[in-house]
Every structure is written in C-alpha cells, then in structure tokens.
Design a protein around this ligand. Structure first.
Ligand code: BG6
Length: 526
C-alpha cells in the first residue's frame, strides 16, 4: 500500500458541470452560507463545474441589496475559501449571477419577490425552471419556508412526467441542513412537512460527513478491491472503533449546543452514517437507492440500546476546565449561552451491536467529544489475534512486558492527514526472529498531490446533478433517530445523575476507559 508516484486526477472529475439551475439559499446571512456554501460555490466555479447559466439567490430577513450581498460574499470567500488568493475572473463569473431577496420567512410578500426574480433570471438565462432550494436557516424555519414555497407555486416538478421535455418544464430539489429534528417524533413531523410539498426524490438531507472525500473512500476501499472484503466480518474482526474527536470547546455555539449535546450533534447523524458505510453489505449497483438500501439495513440491524443503569451501553461526559494545547479552556458549564444547571453531554461513548450475519458478536464502539486533545476522525478495524504465538514479541516503544502480540489493525483516517494504514507484525533487524509492529500506509496528499476538496463542494454539485447517493433518505434519518431517542430520553430523565466529567484536553472521562476495559479492550487514541 506504499504510495508510489503521485496519481494525476486532474480533468478526471466525475460528474459535472451541472446543467442550468438556480440555487436559492434561505438563511443567506448566516454562518453556514459564508463559511461553507459560498466558498464551495467559488471552488466549483474555479474548477468549471458550475453550469454556464447559473444564478444564486440569497434569501434572508436582513435588509440588503444584491450589490451589498456580493461585496459581503466576496469578503467571506476571501476569508474562508481553500483556494486563496481569490481569482478575480472566477469571482466575477460567479458574482454576475449572485442576487439577494429580503424577506421574513413567514411572510408571503418575500416569496413573491423571489418568484419575480426567479422568473427574470430563468428568462435571461434561457434555462428551464430548474431550482435547488437550500435550507440554511435555524431549523424552526424549515416547515414555514417549505409551506410558503408550496403555497407560492415555486416548486416546479416535471420529473419523468409526460412533459419532462416541455418548454419551461423544470425540476425543484430541496437541501435540508442538520439538525433534522431533535428526536424521532420531530424528525417524522419534519418529513411529513416536506412531503406535503416535495416528493422524497426531491429531498436532499445533507450530512456533510458524506461529502468528505475519505468517507467516500470507505466505499471504494471496501468494494473496489477484492482483498479486504473477505476479511470484513465477524470471523476476522474483533471489534470496530469510530472516533470523532474535536480539539475545541463549544466556543460561541453554547446556546445551540446546550439544547443538542454530542448525541444529537454528532452521533445520530455523522457517526451513524460512518458506521453504516463501514458495516453495510455491498450494494448491487452504485446508484443512490441501492447504496441507501444497504445503509438503512445496517441501521435497522443495530440492537436497541439498553438504557437501564445496570446494563448501560453508554457513557456521557461533560468537560470541565483544563489545558488544551497549553491554553486554558473554561468549563463547558461556564461557556456563554450554556444553562446554569446544564446536564448536556459534550462527550458520548457507545457500544453498539449489529445483529446480522456479518457482524453478530462484533462490538462497534463509538466515541466523540469536544475539547479532546486532538481533532481527529478515524475508523479502526481491529482484527483478531493470530491463533498461535510462534514468535517472540520484541520490545519496542510503548511495549509493556507481558504484552500480547499486537493484533492487526486497519485505520481509516478521515481527517486530518487523510489516509489508510494497516498495522502488521514484522521481524526487526537482527539474528532473532521476533515481531514488532509496523505500518503499511496510504496518505492522501502523497498519492494525489493535493488536499481533498471540501465536503460541500461535492454535495452541492451532486444535488445539482440529481445524484442523491450521498444524501440521507427518509427511512435512514428516522431509523437513526429511533435508535438514539430512547437514550436521549433516559439521559434527560436522569439529569446530572450518571453524567461524568473530564478535563478539557484529556481523552474523555475515566468511566469511558473502564467501560471499554470491562470488555477486555482499550480505546485507540491517535
Ligand atoms: C457539525 C457539528 O455538524 O460538525 C459541530 O454541529 C462539529 O459541532 C462539526 O464541530 C464537525 O465537522 P468537521 O467537518 O469539522 O469534522
């Protein structure tokens, strides 16, 4: 697996450019728009992946002209784009199609202005009525916006209909940001609201983890090679760990985070998505529904998580003040926006069992936390130990007397330093035959000579192209909520009872170490 020459991928980008379309962003003065969406659109423009005839309409409450919106967006792209300095000719190309509409989300007058502008742009662009609506607002506004779009007749739909090719026919899609509900009931209600106006195939529920290049690499690695898949099951795998560590506290997001917590913020969405890619069966084709059918089967096969205290399969923790990379971090409870009596978890660890033929008896340990020592997302597949101990285990750094031979361990590093590595036992130099651990590895930047693109670039483009493979289907989101909702309810009922604490800058509460040690295993801390 050692990296050979740099692989050239330029010009080989699959998909794109997209056909004519107008993108309407609700919540255009928010953080997501400036930090992620506009920089992603700029990068797509840079790579000539946007349609020739393209317009972006920002829609938000704040009064603003289109000129002012363009100026602000340019400053934001200059600050947040991965492709800096910003190239004037690329920006100008993008900015020519950038417009702004002011309006409260609940007021129909704004949607009338939006309709006029859409019609004007679509006429000038000579394009069909192809529209992507992006909900980048606080989630309370989602049902209102969806209802208003429907009432204003802004949702065009001519997919596979008899008049698909009729002049002026078009399609509409909607991208829905997280959080998608806050438990099973609210997620179902939101789905019902969406389905009053959009059909399921028009709904693109986004999880930006699925847009990460290395998350997609899980699928290519598993199903584009013949040598790993035979070993990807209960016969060979001892257990699997998923870690999403963040080396920041909640900073200015205390208000939002205190009503969410790690389980809602990371586990229900990003981590269960990762898990489903790691654990799914090979799909028959790489089409959206074939892939999502297999993902949802995994989610359905996860055994309900027991919540009784005596058989707890979870640990929840909250950080107290501590040192993170030499800097003092305040306790979560003291962060602005956090309630005084907070019992919100900033750390969660879970042991999940997948009751299917492939995985029965193989625990999946999930762990995520704020204010950990490192920002790192990693999947570790730990294999069983060899059945016989033929060789001695030579001392090496980290070796403890009496250590067992280290089992093989496959690490999929999602971020940073994207790559894949396999730990094997090899003979060190010298006359004795003994074993030391060594690594075979693939590093993304060495092989491809570039850093991976931002997740939103891929996802925005896929939606414009009509490819929903990397978006979450209704049954997936509801199944994921069905799994975690009982845990959230039990935690809410218990309040601070059972909540554990860890200093910022540590790998989480001691209770989490004991939790995995009770199974005779250890966390893999990068
Ligand atoms: C978001 C969460 O969905 O993902 C944040 O709301 C978290 O709390 C972020 O920090 C992590 O994303 P990434 O891409 O930086 O790993």
């Amino acid at each position: 697996m050692a990296a050979d020459a740099t692989v050239k991928v330029e010009g080989e980008r699959p998909g794109g450019p997209a056909g004519p379309v107008t993108l309407v962003i609700f919540g255009a003065s928010g953080d997501l728009t400036k930090r992620k969406l506009l920089p992603a659109l700029y990068a797509l423009a840079h790579d000539r992946l946007l349609p020739e005839r393209f317009a972006i309409i920002g829609f938000a409450r704040r009064e603003k002209t289109s000129e002012a919106f363009r100026d602000e967006m340019r400053a934001d792209v200059e600050q947040f784009s991965r492709l800096r300095p910003v190239r004037a000719e690329v920006w100008d190309r993008l900015a020519r199609g950038l417009y702004y509409v002011t309006g409260p989300f609940e007021d129909s007058a704004g949607y009338e202005r939006l309709r006029d502008l859409l019609q004007e742009r679509e006429r000038d662009n000579g394009a069909g009525r192809n529209r992507v609506y992006y909900l980048a607002t606080p989630p309370e506004a989602y049902p209102v916006i969806v209802g208003r779009l429907g009432a204003a007749g802004l949702v065009t739909e001519a997919w596979d209909g008899p008049d698909e090719d009729a002049p002026g026919a078009g399609w509409s899609r909607i991208i829905v940001e997280k959080p998608f509900g806050r438990d099973l009931d609210t997620a179902r209600a939101l789905n019902a609201d969406l389905h009053r106006v959009f059909r399921e195939r028009q709904v693109y529920r986004i999880d930006h983890y699925l847009g990460k290049e290395t998350v997609q690499n899980i699928l290519t690695f598993r199903f584009g090679n013949s040598i790993f898949e035979p070993l990807w099951n209960r016969r060979y795998v001892d257990h699997v760990q998923l870690l999403v560590g963040e080396d920041l506290g909640v900073e200015s997001r205390g208000g939002y985070y205190d009503s969410a917590g790690a389980m809602r913020d990371m586990v229900q969405n990003h981590m269960l998505q990762l898990l489903s890619l790691v654990a799914m069966e090979p799909p028959a084709t790489f089409e959206a529904d074939a892939v999502r059918d297999e993902k949802v089967k995994v989610l359905r096969a996860i055994r309900p998580i027991p919540v009784e205290p005596d058989q707890d399969r979870t640990v929840r923790g909250q950080y107290v003040s501590g040192l993170l990379r030499g800097k003092k971090i305040a306790a979560y409870a003291d962060e602005p926006g956090v309630g005084e009596e907070t019992s919100t978890e900033t750390y969660a660890a879970l042991r999940l069992e997948i009751d299917n033929w492939r995985w029965a008896g193989v625990p999946f340990y999930l762990r995520t936390g704020k204010a950990l020592p490192k920002r790192v997302t990693e999947v570790t597949i730990q294999y069983r130990r060899p059945p016989l101990r033929l060789f001695e285990h030579a001392p090496h750094p980290g070796h403890q007397p009496g250590d067992e031979i280290e089992p093989n361990r496959l690490t999929l590093r999602i971020q940073p330093d994207e790559g894949i590595s396999l730990r094997v036992g090899l003979k060190p130099p010298g006359p004795r035959i003994s074993l030391v651990p060594a690594r075979l590895g693939f590093a993304y930047h060495e092989t491809f000579g570039a850093e991976p693109a931002e997740a939103y670039e891929r996802l925005l483009l896929d939606c414009m192209l009509g490819d929903a493979t990397l978006f979450i289907r209704r049954d997936e989101v509801e199944t994921a909520w069905a799994l975690v909702t009982p845990v959230l309810e039990a935690w809410a009922a218990a309040g601070r009872t059972g909540l554990t604490y860890y200093p910022a800058g540590s790998w989480g509460p001691k209770e989490a170490d004991r939790f995995i040690q009770a199974d005779g295993r250890e966390w893999v801390n990068p």
